[in-house]
Write a protein that binds this ligand. Sequence first.
Ligand code: SAM
Length: 216
Amino acid sequence: MKAFSFITADVARYTAEHTTAPDDVLRDLAEETLKAAGDDAEMQISPEQGTLLTMITQISGARNAVEIGTFTGYSSICIARGLPAGGRLTCFDVSAEWTSIARRYWERAGVAGLIELRLGPAAETLREFPVRPEVDLAFIDADKAGYPVYYEAVMSRLAPGGIILVDNTLRHGTVADYTDGEAATMRGFNDLVRADDRVTSTLLPIADGLTLIRKR
Ligand SMILES: C[S@@+](CC[C@H](N)C(=O)[O-])C[C@H]1O[C@@H](n2cnc3c(N)ncnc32)[C@H](O)[C@@H]1O
């Protein structure tokens, strides 16, 4: 389990123990990711976030979802599992290596038929994605400097009432106290969302911070 500086280890453990646990597919994926990626496995969302992603996808009734930042596939499986029959998830990532693991686990999870992967820098591949207000739910979890660009690209394709979820918005809690480096990048993004009168948003202190945004 990941421990974040603003949540004590005991509280993190208790929270995980009182959240619906991941199944064998997600557990095996987390284990394989740790073996393959070492410290970079930290990029994977936490199991509690995964459960939340599935639930938000279900509760919102989303049919057409996008994900920016797929890595080895954990969050994409969680979103795809919340979609109804006939739903679609388009994944954007720059890494053929990491997403080759995702592809195997999409098959194993039985969601491969719902998912399309677009490989390349997301700022470019998103430009080629049709600009129609048809996206119901988006998850942003790629390079943090790119968040403002991804946010606008998604916003212009988001249906009214559509949802955007953004990961790592607390940057291990540093955003509250630090004004330089990675914290500054995320503070800039968080300020941008707060000032955006097209949306209602709330920053949830789960894992590394997850911002839930709804387009009005
Ligand atoms: C934090 S990880 C995503 C974790 C994933 N959501 C999960 O649950 O396992 C970030 C991902 O963003 C991808 N990425 C980094 N820069 C990118 C870019 N410019 N365009 C697209 N993807 C990018 C990386 O290849 C990596 O797979």
